[in-house]
Design a protein around this ligand. Structure first.
Ligand code: C2E
Ligand code: CA
Ligand code: CA
Ligand code: CA
Length: 280
């Protein structure tokens, strides 16, 4: 039993060492990737109840010739741990703002434009100043109103007063807030009521079980009716089927995003998609 225990520890240490090594390697390459334009932005369209495209969510992609495609779910988490998320997040925001300003110059009119903000980025000492500076550089008063910052329930690691103060400063610029992955974390009704958020996103993990899992359907209907009560806009992510779309429609969801409608598109792809749809 002792030997087994020892083995267990050795295996654990070995795993840990490998994991640390892997993280450092990813970080090193990610840093390089930032400098060499391997980080690309994709734009996943969002649709209203009439299936009209009304906005998009910015999703980052890392295209490495050696590693191939690395999922953001993986490298964002690593960038959060190492702190590189600050530089990466600023880069994403700047590229996203550039795109949004170009689109309005080229008469690509969307109502909202969502950017994911990670928790460490949100609480970083210079975040608000960074946002202010980039808004000043790229967006006028009309365009900045389209910007939505998606945050997750993990921001609740800090106290509510600090969260609210930061949000209010950003909202004064015209930017709104969306609560992403709602229902997967630990936020309570009261924290939802306290925060100055404008939108709720129903997580894909619930949407994907529509028609299969009653408890997930119940989560969705509860989230949607709660959002209505608080007068929040609602977005469902990960809509893959007509059945899911119909269920969400019936429960009065406002906005829909998912492979059923469109995948995340490159900038030019998005522009073409828009023009085809609008006949422009
Ligand atoms: P998220 O914010 O929940 O983004 C939604 C994810 O679901 C995206 O994965 C999107 O491609 C995927 N998705 C959308 N519709 C469907 C669908 O119908 N079916 C399926 N199976 N998947 C769908 P992605 O792009 O791999 O991003 C994963 C996560 O990485 C995001 O989850 C977000 O947490 C993070 N992330 C992505 N881009 C950024 C970014 O620019 N900044 C930060 N901080 N995080 C980001
Ligand atoms: Ca998101
Ligand atoms: Ca999600
Ligand atoms: Ca998320």
């Amino acid at each position: 039993a002792k030997a087994q225990g020892r083995d267990g520890i050795i295996v654990f240490n070995d795993d840990l060492a490998k994991r640390v090594e892997y993280h450092l390697e990813i970080e090193r390459r990610l840093y390089f990737a930032l400098e060499h334009n391997e980080i690309e932005l994709r734009y996943q369209p969002q649709f209203n109840k009439e299936r009209k495209m009304i906005g998009c969510e910015v999703l980052v992609r890392w295209n490495n010739h050696e590693f191939g495609f690395v999922s953001p779910a993986e490298f964002i988490a690593i960038a959060e741990k190492t702190g590189l998320i600050i530089e990466l997040g600023n880069y994403i925001m700047e590229e996203a703002f550039k795109t949004l300003s170009q689109w309005s110059e080229n008469e690509i009119e969307i109502e909202q434009f969502s950017i994911n903000i990670s928790v460490r980025q949100f609480f970083h000492a210079t975040f608000v100043e960074q946002v202010e500076q980039l808004v000043r550089k790229y967006l006028n008063e009309k365009i900045v109103k389209k910007v939505v910052f998606e945050v997750t329930e993990t921001i609740l690691i800090e106290d509510m007063q600090r969260i609210i103060a930061l949000m209010e400063r950003i909202k004064r610029l015209g930017i709104s807030f969306s609560m992403d992955d709602f229902g997967t974390g630990y936020s309570s009704l009261s924290s939802l009521r306290e925060m100055p958020i404008d939108e709720l996103k129903v997580d894909r993990s619930f949407v994907s079980h529509v028609g299969e899992q009653r408890s997930d359907e119940l989560m969705i209907t509860t989230i949607l009716s709660m959002a209505k009560f608080f007068q929040l806009k609602t977005v469902a992510e990960g809509v893959e089927t007509e059945e899911q779309f119909q269920f969400l429609l019936k429960n009065n969801c406002d906005i829909f995003q998912g492979f059923y409608f469109a995948r995340a598109l490159g900038k030019e792809q998005f522009e073409n998609f828009y023009k085809e749809r609008r006949g422009g």
